[in-house]
Design a protein around this ligand. Structure first.
Ligand SMILES: Cc1cc2nc3c(=O)[nH]c(=O)nc-3n(C[C@H](O)[C@H](O)[C@H](O)COP(=O)(O)OP(=O)(O)OC[C@H]3O[C@@H](n4cnc5c(N)ncnc54)[C@H](O)[C@@H]3O)c2cc1C
Length: 485
């Protein structure tokens, strides 16, 4: 049930999930479907984490934050772990465009079409293209990283900056990957996207999260919003529960969907882990953050069909470092047509996204921060005007988010929009081996990030939780002399 502000959680619980991002919600739902007693605590006033939206002008405009596109695998994941209604609302994005000084391409973002572009437009031999895709497909995230993205591209497309741009730019936009990152994370993310295109959710994020909330409640999950957990209670080396507003809530398992480093360093405390483990924790790098500009069109204004996802850049060459810097000349436009929310008043919205480093924003004075926000908004308008002349006059509402906004709303350290780099995965997966009862599910290692990665990781970690709970039961029964294992 959805607990009200004054309601106290009705324990005892078997699992407390801290955070309602897609990983936290999917894990909570799966555990509840298996009959587990689950409490889901979220610090924000709504579920979803990054999978969120906001309204302007009394709800006339609804803006999606992270609904730009996800892989086809989300359909299967939603059908298996959520509901048919959710799975059936997922549809393919048809027009994905690249516009930059090196080339213009329109694609449905499938492997078949990418192959034809690489062969016909970029004149790459077919055998090389096939070998490249084969190498990506056979990458496995349990394997040790063998080469970097830079090395992978040099191997197949030496000195072809344009081909690198075509293949890597969307992934850099999506998750801040660089040429120095392990090729394995690129390979897995790219193969996911490239198999059958990019997908989106009909009805918007508000509808998706509403349907997910109904499922959670139907399956018996207790949900409490406005509940920021500061402390996970550990006694005699095992998890005992959490503290919420000076109130102790007991559970043998805490599954944290909060930022991995905050979970270990702040909510638990490094003293509960081995030195060797903390050394690994300290080596985990966070991913970069992002800026977004939200543009809502006036009532009655009509956009022509310019595509749904447009990767644009003014930079003459592709450079991952530049894409992450304030001098960026690249941005992605996501275009939302009225068909997205057919039951609402017809409105168009465009969201521009660009990668950003937290450090570049954190150091600014308030005055400089506001001035920099204005520059980001202006850059979005100028970029969009090149695609739709006169768009400036059609806009009713415009707003901008920065890495500091991301930090404030999700408590992710440094406003990281895709969790941690590759090394975070091992730390996250081994958390419960260090501290029995403590689990983590949430954006880590690039691979377990994004809507599909996070949801799937929630499922993976729910299995680990089940195994632990089964073991606890067996041990208790053994102690009581009822069964012997
Ligand atoms: C701008 C942007 C655009 C994106 N676009 C896409 C896209 O197009 N496609 C895609 O697949 N992915 C996209 N992503 C990434 C994707 O949204 C995320 O990887 C995914 O949603 C993260 O899910 P998560 O489970 O890791 O949790 P998060 O979404 O990080 O949620 C964690 C939750 O935990 C809560 N929390 C944290 N600390 C506490 C605490 N102490 N107590 C209680 N609650 C707490 C937070 O409030 C939050 O609700 C985008 C991300 C950003 C930022």
């Amino acid at each position: 049930m959805l607990l009200k502000h004054k309601d106290k959680p009705r324990g005892p619980y078997e699992v407390i999930v801290v955070g309602s991002g897609l990983a936290g919600m999917t894990a909570a739902n799966k555990l509840a479907q298996n009959g587990r007693k689950v409490l889901l605590l979220e610090s924000h006033n709504k579920l979803g984490g990054f999978a969120t939206w906001f309204r302007r002008n009394q709800g006339e405009h609804i803006f999606d934050i992270s609904l730009h596109g996800f892989p086809v695998g989300m359909i299967k994941t939603c059908r298996k772990y959520w509901s048919k209604e959710i799975a059936d609302s997922i549809r393919q994005v048809h027009r994905v465009r690249y516009i930059n000084p090196q080339f213009e391409v329109e694609t449905d973002f499938t492997r078949t079409h990418f192959t034809s572009v690489l062969v016909e437009k970029f004149q790459i031999p077919r055998a090389t293209v096939d070998a490249f895709f084969y190498e990506l497909e056979t990458m496995n995230f349990y394997d040790a990283p063998k080469m970097t993205n830079g090395e992978l591209f040099e191997k197949y497309f030496p000195r072809r900056n344009d081909v690198q741009r075509f293949l890597l730019e969307p992934i850099v936009y999506a998750n801040g990957s660089t040429l120095e990152d392990p090729a394995i994370s690129y390979g897995i993310v790219f193969s996911n996207f490239m198999s059958k295109g990019v997908y989106i959710f009909n009805g918007g994020t508000d509808r998706l999260i509403g349907l997910m909330k109904d499922e959670l409640v139907k399956n018996g999950v207790d949900i409490k919003l406005h509940s920021k957990i500061e402390k996970i209670e550990i006694q005699e080396g095992v998890v005992k529960g959490v503290w919420l507003d000076q109130e102790f809530i007991q559970a043998p398992v805490v599954l944290s969907n909060a930022n991995l480093l905050s979970t270990i360093q702040n909510m638990t405390g490094p003293e509960y882990f081995s030195e060797a483990f903390i050394k690994k924790v300290k080596a985990v790098r966070l991913n970069t953050s992002s800026c977004q500009v939200f543009m809502g069109l006036k009532a009655g204004a009509v956009l022509p069909d310019i595509g749904e996802l447009i990767f644009t850049s003014d930079d003459p060459e592709f450079n991952t470092d530049l894409i992450l810097s304030p001098k960026i000349g690249s941005q992605t436009f996501s275009v939302y047509y009225p068909e997205m929310r057919p039951d609402k008043e017809p409105r168009y919205a465009v969201v521009s996204s660009s990668n950003s480093r937290y450090e570049d924003w954190k150091k600014l004075s308030e005055e400089d921060y506001l001035a920099q926000k204005k520059r980001v908004i202006e850059r979005a308008l100028v970029g969009l005007e090149k695609i739709v002349p006169g768009i400036r006059e059609m806009i009713d509402v415009i707003d901008c988010s920065t890495p500091l906004t991301v930090e404030r709303y999700t408590h992710h350290q440094k406003g990281s929009s895709f969790g941690t780099k590759f090394e975070g995965l091992e730390v996250s997966m081994n958390l419960h081996k260090e501290l029995p009862g403590l689990f983590h599910a949430g954006s880590v290692g690039i691979i377990m990030s994004g809507w599909l990665g996070a949801a799937n990781y929630g499922v993976i970690q729910s299995h680990a939780v089940e195994t632990y709970l089964d073991l606890l039961t067996k041990n208790q029964l053994t102690q009581e002399g009822q069964i012997h294992v």
